[in-house]
Design a protein. Sequence first.
Length: 490
Amino acid sequence: MSVQKNAPCGSRTRVSRTGILRAIHYTNGANYFINFTVLTLKKQVYLSEVSNMALQQGLHQQQKQVQRLAMTQTLQQSIQILQYNVEELQKFLDQKALENPLISVTNSREESAIPVHHNMVDDNYMSQIPDDSRRSLFEYLLDQIHLTMRDTPLRNLVLFLLEYIDQNGYLKISIDEAIQKTKASKVEVVDAITLIQQLDPPGVGAKDLQECLLLQAENDDWAPAAAVEILREDFEALANRKWQQIAKKREMDLKEVQKVFDYVRTLTPKPGALFHSEASQYVFPDLIVENDNGELSIRTSKAAKPQVHFQKRYFQQMLQRKDDEVTDYVKEKKREFDWIARSLDQRESTILRVGRVLVSYQRDFFLERTKELRPLLLQDVALKLGLHESTISRSVNGKYLQTRFGTFELKSFFSSAVAKTDASPEGLSVDSVKRLLQKFIHEEDKRKPLSDAKIVKKLADQKIEVSRRTVAKYRESLNIASSSARKRFE
């Protein structure tokens, strides 16, 4: 901006393009140029207000984002706590106790872990207690070798082959591979395999299923006369139930072939299975239902809610330090404790509420008046309790309910209605239809077993409409063979 040099005494102002105000002052005929800059008043006020508003909005938005993030994390963690089973919850709290000095956890499990019952259709509610002292198959075979064989090169070869016996009792190395690895002769390798196959359990050391069954039949004095020959020469035909083909080839009666088949079914396809059978699944119940002379009650198991304690003395000691960082830290940890305590209470309350609905709805089952469950959906319980269906799902998955006749996962009490009948207008559950299917097959003429289509018709006679495909699916889930496989000739 240009300035007028010969102006009269006084003051003159001009505003440049940048909004800077310059004042030129002339005094006593001498030209003294005093330049100074100020913000235009209106612009100053406007810019200040805009700046303050932007700052406040930014801080408010940032605060909302932090709060939203904290709420999201808290919600996610609350959902996790509801979803955890008892053991997962205990591990979670133990980890929090390590991270938070204000938290201590007491594992108050008054009830012991118990075997869980999975199958509502199975009549046997009792579970066998596994023998944890059971020896492995390798140890069992090794003991026999040391007791029955002298220390010779052949025994060393047997011990080498023993390393290739899998958990089912099968030898997983071929003769040629054994020869290559040991440099032994074929005769020596075959002799060593034969010695293994003479050990207990019968069938151990076989290369495949056919040899496994054949070894068992050869060492069984009670085996049918034709069993060994049929297993050796007609194994595929027997497995595929081509009984007429076998009977014609061997000039046998179909009943005799059937006897061989029935005998083979008694043999063990996996001789080593007894040494690694899966132990029963043991769980800690979340809920316990008690029946006192027909009066049902339900309560929360103490195992389902570990006790979380607040370290108040340590908290107060930290506050007395008058250190802002320490104060902020312990206050944050206290908020975490409060959240965990509330989440545990909410978890207990939600699961108990769901349990009460289940016990009320399936009352006859818990009173042992019936083994059939009434149809019940997650959304039914959700509507009754005013909760979201996903909350009900998290409340029942991995949660268990203990009764005097077994322990069941909560989700097993839910079942869709398959069909409605006059006797059951609300519909029958899947378990109920499966029980009927079992009953029909148990009572069928074994010489003329019911096909899936005939079972569909028998169900229709009771006003239960299901498809043949559904019947086949239910039958397979119950490990029941097809009608052709169930057919008997005597």
